[in-house]
Design a protein around this ligand. Sequence first.
Ligand SMILES: Cc1ncc(COP(=O)(O)O)c(C=O)c1O
Length: 369
Amino acid sequence: MPAPRPSVPVDRSQRLYNFSAGPATLPEAALLEAKDELPVYDHVGASVMEISHRSPAYDEIEASAREHLRALLGLDDDWHILFLQGGARMQFHQVPLNFLPEDGSADYVVTGRWGKKALQEARKIGPARVAASSEHEEFRSIPPVDTWDLDPDAAYVHTTTNETVNGNQLRSDPVLDVPVVTDASSEMLSRPMDLEGYGLIYAGAQKNIGPAGVTLVLVHDAFLERRKQSLPTMLDYGTHAERRYNTPPVFAIYMVEKVCRWLRNRGGLDAIHAINKRKARTLYEKIDETDFYRGTVAPAARSIMNVTFRLHDPDLEPVFLKKAEEHGLLSLKGHRSVGGIRASLYNAMPEDGVDALVQFMDEFERSYG
Ligand SMILES: Cc1ncc(COP(=O)(O)O)c(C=O)c1O
């Protein structure tokens, strides 16, 4: 059978459709703006990478990023916005370090690889219970909130709103008797969030928010007050809530500001959420059309950010990936721990990119089905 051919050879000096799970595709408009400003930023006579993090120019950039985040997410003044480093994995450690008291415990809802890692790190600090898990089903589903075995005295309940590797996503923002702490790395800013139940939300920037190098942490003042005392200064959320303590990742935050502005110009989180749902629906419809492709997650728990699927014949998967690259569809390989195919459809992935992927999947199926 002839393999599907790209109609034009792929030109790798051009931007292609990049389905990477992270670091992921960024809005081209933000990249082009940064390109223009790279040698000299806004009449300061130097690059943004070369100026002091205490300078008025940087103050303005950070203030604008904060303002956009507040407006996009509807954060009131009780929420602190922190730009930290160390990635989401640092948060696996920093959350229990701050909030898991010596005489208490925390509840963890484990719906995928990342939640499991967060639990493992918490247990290095103190007792952490599994309130719910779908590991026995290889994380193909999410246990409904009303089945979670919650401890009313838990210091917090930790969830992962979107499991990047396994491709599942919580359908709602739970409001429980104790504050919820969530890892929202792979869906932050992809939809409006109901903040009521949360005490702290963290996200590595490198999917929907900006480039790698900054971790966005939102912490509610009432929850912050519950943290332990005498924490190492850099690992105490209070340090960063109070002031700009050390050198922040200036360039990454500068890009976050641009991405947030781009989001605002696209109509904010309601608008991008509608587009994200449409992109995911288009791709899942293709997957479900025949038995050639198979979604790995139960429909009710499917992520609209990371669409994971297999081919009916796993031996065809390397061929699929190779041909996809030849068609200019990049980074579709599933995470090394689970294999298969994963298409990450973050905010900056245009609908045309999803249409191109679906068209390629049609052609591939015709050739190899
Ligand atoms: C949901 C989630 N949590 C945590 C991580 C780890 O993030 P980092 O590499 O920023 O530590 C990732 C990375 O992909 C992720 O998707």
